[in-house]
Design a protein around this ligand. Sequence first.
Ligand SMILES: Cc1cc2nc3c(=O)[nH]c(=O)nc-3n(C[C@H](O)[C@H](O)[C@H](O)COP(=O)(O)O)c2cc1C
Length: 339
Amino acid sequence: MAAKLFTPFTIKGVTLKNRIVMSPMCMYSSNDEDGRVQNWHRTHYVSRAVGQVGLIIVEATAVTPQGRISPRDLGIWGDEHVGGLQELVSLMKEHGAKTGIQLAHAGRKAVLEGEILAPSAIAFNDASKTPKEMTKTDIDETIEAFKKGAERAAKAGFDIIELHGAHGYLLNEFLSPLSNEREDGYGGSTEKRYRFLREVIDAVKTVWTGPLFVRVSAHDYQQGGLTPEDYIMFAQWMKEQGVDLIDVSSGAVVPAHINVYPGYQVPYSETIRTGANLSTGAVGLITSAIQAEEIVQNNRADLVFLARELLRDPYWPRTAAKELKVSIDTPKQYERGWL
Ligand SMILES: Cc1cc2nc3c(=O)[nH]c(=O)nc-3n(C[C@H](O)[C@H](O)[C@H](O)COP(=O)(O)O)c2cc1C
């Protein structure tokens, strides 16, 4: 039987040639601090496309300058960003990869000069800045920024948009009661903590008809925080709103200890996939082909996201195909050395 890892996956009319996804990874390489694509991005992302990764999700890309986690993040807050991203997309597509972009606002995780924003004025830890509690105007402007970001992502030609709702970024901060102590319509009950994400998704969907993924942190690893079971409800709501896949990560909304081991987040993907009957991606210390194949064969996730292993081996799909004894397409220029 053929390896499922190398079977295509179609989501809202977009077909990935395999189940291997390059997980979004900040490169901190917009060297002029203007959010623009640089040569590093061209080399880095296109190498993984040559390596036959099915879907490449470009790193957390800020929808406002204030929403960057660092001054060197990629940005999509202005029309001037579209050209560089468009070129990057077309370079990746030349090698048969599908392309995604992670739209992000770092909220209180931002390490920047000036004011930073969050649902509540609570610092992440002792070393970080106390954010400003967002006003209704700040909320409305940020929703609009996500919408504009999605519009620009569509112009740049991306196949898929992923919203960064994990790792203590702004959307995650609204969801978790550990970081959201608001007493207005955006805090308190589960529904109210979900409202900001709901409004961002609704706004994005007015300008984006392609597949929409949301990355979540399915476990806060702290008393009083969220667990994978809480995320079943959020995932059901996202499904009703037309989200196509939940990319299941965990942690980092508060500085809690995480017991990390191979595949440690895969059970959360399984819980959400089964509980909400929605496609998921699994991520976190997935490094071998056998491990990835087990995840998709046992329907614990539809897609397997790899981050650090793809930094070590940009041609990991080739490595995995060899391990699973399947043959995959070879860039024609590499035929003599690839097999
Ligand atoms: C250099 C680096 C940058 C990262 N940047 C992002 C990011 O921009 N967005 C995000 O959601 N996760 C980010 N992550 C987390 C990864 O996407 C992934 O979830 C995590 O590394 C676990 O997967 P792995 O064990 O395969 O590395 C980053 C990880 C690394 C190593």
